[in-house]
Design a protein around this ligand. Sequence first.
Ligand code: SPQ
Length: 431
Amino acid sequence: MLSPTKEPLKGSIKIPGDKSISHRSIILASLAKGTTKISNFLNGEDCLRTIEAFREMGVTIDIDQQEVEVQSLGVNELKEPLVPLNFGNSGTTARLMLGLLAGLPFFTTVYGDQYLSKRPMSRVVDPVQQMNGQFYGRQQNNLFPMGIVGSKLTGIHYELPVKSAQVKSAILLAGLLAEGKTTVVESTQTRNHTENMLRAFGADIQIHQNEITITNRKPLTAQQIIVPGDISSAAFFIVAGLIVPGSSITLEKVGLNETRTGLLDVIDQMGATYSINHIHTVAGEKYGDITVEYSQLHGIEIKGDMIPRLIDEIPIIALLATQAKGETVISDAGELRVKETDRIAAVEDVLTSLGATLQTFDDGMVIKGEQDLVGGSIKSYHDHRIAMMGSIASLITKNGVEIDSTDSIQISYPNFFEHLNQVKGEESTES
Ligand code: SPQ
C-alpha cells in the first residue's frame, strides 16, 4: 500500500537517462566501427533488450551501472543471430530494429511479451516493404512474432501517415543501409533524437523544414555520448511537486529537447511556478535543472501539434488535471490506444478507481477539477507510466493506493521508489 504524504515534498533528484536516447545510442554505436562510450545510460529493462539484440549479432557491449562501452567492428560485420531476438515490452526496440534488420544480409526472427505482441507493426512494415524489405508476421505482417529476410533496400520518399518518431526512425535506419536517397516527411514534428544522433555519428543526413533525407554514403564513427535525464521520467516528480501542498523539488540534468517539452508548456499555461537552470547542450541535446513549486493551477486545452511533444506524459497530466480548477480537455491523442496498453482506458479506470470522475472519448478525455481523490486498489496493466501515475496519485489520496503490480516500472525508471521515498523524506521500503 502506498500511503499519502503528510509532509510537503522536498529535495533534489538525479533523473535517470532518457530511454529514447539510450536505445538510439546502442543502435548507432553498434553500427559504427570502433569503441563508443555512453554515460548516464538508462539501465532499464527496455534498453537492456536493445543491448541484448546487438550482443546476439556479435557486438561486444559492457555495462557497468549507467556506463556502457560498445565495441563494434561496424555494420558490415554484424552476424546473423542464432536465436530469436526477444524485445520484451519495448516498442522502441521493436520498431527501430525492424527498419534496420530489413537491410542486414541475414535472417532474423523477433518476438516480444504479450503486450508488445498486440502493438501494430504495419506502420513500419508498410514503408520498409516499399523499400524492398521482407517481413513475415502474424495478421498480414502487422503483429509479432515476425521473421525478417534481410535484403538490398532502395531509398524512398515517404510522408508519415502517423505522427510517430519510431516510424520515422525505422525508415531513417533502413535508409542508412539503402541504395540512394531516403526522405521522410512529417506533418508534425516528433522527437528528433535519431536525427541528432545520426548527425553526431557522422551520417549523411540533411534536414529542411519537415523533410529529413539520409543517404548511406558515409560510415558512422564511434562517439562519446552523455545521455540527458529523461523528461518523461521527470514528469512524475514535476507533477508531484505541483500537487502536494508546500512542495519544492529540483530535477537535475533533465533533457530539454523541444520535441519533448510539451509538459513544460502545459504547466506554464496552467499557471505553475517553476524554473529551469544550468542549461547545457551535448550532441544537439539540451538539458538543465527543473525546479517546481506547489501551485494553484487551472485547466487548459491540449491538442494538435502539442500532442507528440507530450504523448507519454498524458497519463500523469490527467492526474494533474484533477487538481486544476476548471476543465482540461485533451484531444488528438488516439495514439494512446496503441501504447503498452490502451492508455486512455487505463487512465479512466485508474482515476475512477481512486474516486475521480472524467469523461473519455476516442482520442482523448475531459477532466474537471479540482477533485478529491479517496484512493483504493488499481490495476497497472503492466504499463510503467500507469503504475507511476498511480504511485504519484497516492501522495494526495485520503486513504492511499494499492497497485496490483509495480514491476513494469523497471522498464523506464528502476529507482523510482527510492526517489519517491527520498522526496517524501522517508527511508526506502520498496524498490
Ligand atoms: O518503447 P515504447 O514501449 O513504445 O515506449 C513509449 C513509452 O511510453 O515509454 C510508448 F509507449 O514511448 C515511445 C513514444 O510514445 C518512445 C518513442 C521513441 O523512443 O521513439 C516514441 C513514441 O512512440 P511513437 O509511437 O509516437 O513513435
